[in-house]
Design a binder for this molecule. Structure first.
Ligand SMILES: Cc1cc2nc3c(=O)[nH]c(=O)nc-3n(C[C@H](O)[C@H](O)[C@H](O)COP(=O)(O)OP(=O)(O)OC[C@H]3O[C@@H](n4cnc5c(N)ncnc54)[C@H](O)[C@@H]3O)c2cc1C
Length: 401
């Protein structure tokens, strides 16, 4: 391979590029990025960047002094992938390639009302989204967040700490039920309430109020929530429209890959939020929208493209995510199941460690403000069974968890 094109300059794109160089690829390496910026980190966009405590320079994903020998094509989107792996761009140019990395991430869902929304209504995915939301939050007043998933919860937390009065509307009776299970979702709900954020669960949104500028949210049960700023955090859709005529297998939830990132097209891998990888543990395809998967799978996809053996995954490839809310670090590793017990601390104190067990065997761990105990449990869950192979670390930079 002499020419590799990476479509998408986010975490998955830069991590795969870094992986390619690390594995010895010395040919042309082009990153096509629809945004005007080189790779930056998204988690601070709902936390420190939104709060105004870190700036653009602090969230670069490139390491100081790092030179990956990349050609950047910024502000242009990949619009097609041809049969010989030629990537068509939105400016009309074409990039021939021996190998292609699909790393185009995901785009936020909007309410069915579509994009004709009054001013003051936001989604949150990009630097620009966070910058415009930050300006509205600085004006103070009342904020309504639609959706109590991780992004919604983090925005609610940041805004309440900035002094806004915050309401969160969630259609599910328990926030984060799919990510953490019912009992632990309720524990996170309690955290909102303890911090003065009003949570309206089990009710949908029937519309937005106000013309010109938003004045609130109408709930499906007839109530209204007053707000001068509204954030919609109801999930994302994989950014795969550009692959429509490529013949690649795109399921209902992203580009379908095997357990090492290979797609249905030879010489094309997919990684990050746009992809759904086969999970050998469950035999199912699963799209993981978390930072650690986008980073760690980059080197695996790079190895797949080059036809070499990937380094062993960190922590045995155990799924992991974190979220920061109301000054608490929430960490999860493994898988959820209905049987979960608090092993240390207490939910009421906002500091606990809970272990999920299937037939008595630990399969997942959740920590709130328990980083040490969490790390020990994460290691324990990732340890190979006695007599199995040890896992070495595929160190990838930069080093957020
Ligand atoms: C506000 C926010 C907070 C988060 N906080 C956490 C957290 O605390 N913990 C955690 O584990 N995870 C968190 N995440 C999730 C994590 O950041 C993502 O999983 C990760 O960024 C995914 O990386 P990616 O490269 O797959 O996608 P992205 O980061 O979305 O990058 C994809 C890039 O591709 C570009 N692109 C799209 N279409 C095209 C095209 N056709 N051609 C060229 N370029 C294209 C996009 O513009 C984008 O720049 C957060 C995400 C957000 C948005």
């Amino acid at each position: 391979m002499n020419r590799i094109v990476v479509a998408g300059g986010g975490l998955a794109g830069i991590s795969t590029a870094r992986g390619l160089r690390k594995l010895g690829y010395a040919g042309e390496l082009t990153i096509v990025g629809a945004e005007r910026h080189r790779s930056y980190d998204r988690p601070p966009l709902s936390k420190e960047f939104l709060a105004g405590t870190v700036d653009v320079a602090d969230i670069s994903l490139e390491l100081p002094g790092e030179d990956l020998g990349l050609r950047w094509r910024l502000g242009v989107a990949a619009v097609s992938l041809g049969p010989t792996r030629e990537v068509g761009l939105s400016d009309g140019s074409r990039l021939p390639a021996d190998g292609v990395v699909v790393a185009t991430g995901a785009v936020p869902r909007w309410l069915p009302a579509g994009r004709q929304l009054p001013a003051g209504v936001h989604v949150l995915r990009t630097l620009e989204d966070s910058t415009t939301l930050r300006a509205d939050l600085r004006a103070g007043g009342r904020l309504a967040v639609v959706g109590a998933g991780f992004i919604g919860a983090e925005v609610a937390s940041t805004a309440s700490r900035l002094g806004l009065r915050v309401d969160v509307v969630e259609v599910d009776p328990v926030p984060l039920r799919f990510a953490l299970g019912e009992q632990m979702g309720a524990a996170v709900a309690a955290l909102h309430e303890r911090n003065g954020v009003r949570l309206h669960c089990g009710v949908g949104v029937s519309g937005l109020l106000g013309t010109g500028r938003v004045s609130g949210v109408a709930l499906a049960d007839g109530r209204e929530v007053t707000a001068g700023t509204v954030v919609i955090g109801i999930g994302v859709t994989p950014a795969t429209d550009w692959l429509r005529s490529s013949g690649i297998d795109v399921g209902s939830d992203g580009v379908r890959c095997d357990a090492a990132g290979a797609t249905s097209l030879p010489g094309v891998v997919a990684v990050g939020d746009c992809s759904t990888w086969l999970d050998p543990a469950t035999g199912r395809h699963e799209r993981i929208e978390h930072w650690t998967a986008a980073r760690d799978r980059g080197v695996v996809a790079a190895a797949t493209l080059l036809g070499v053996t990937p380094p062993k995954p960190r922590h045995g490839g155990l799924p992991y995510f974190w979220s920061d809310q109301y000054g608490k670090r929430i960490q999860f590793a493994g898988r959820i199941c209905p049987d979960v017990d608090v092993e240390e601390g207490s939910i009421d104190a906002g500091s606990f460690l809970a272990v999920y067990r299937r037939d008595g065997t630990p399969v997942g761990v959740l920590g709130m403000d328990r980083p040490r105990a969490f790390v020990a449990w994460r290691r324990r869950l990732a340890a190979p069974p006695i007599g199995g192979q040890a896992t070495a670390s595929a160190d990838a930079a930069p080093g957020t968890p």
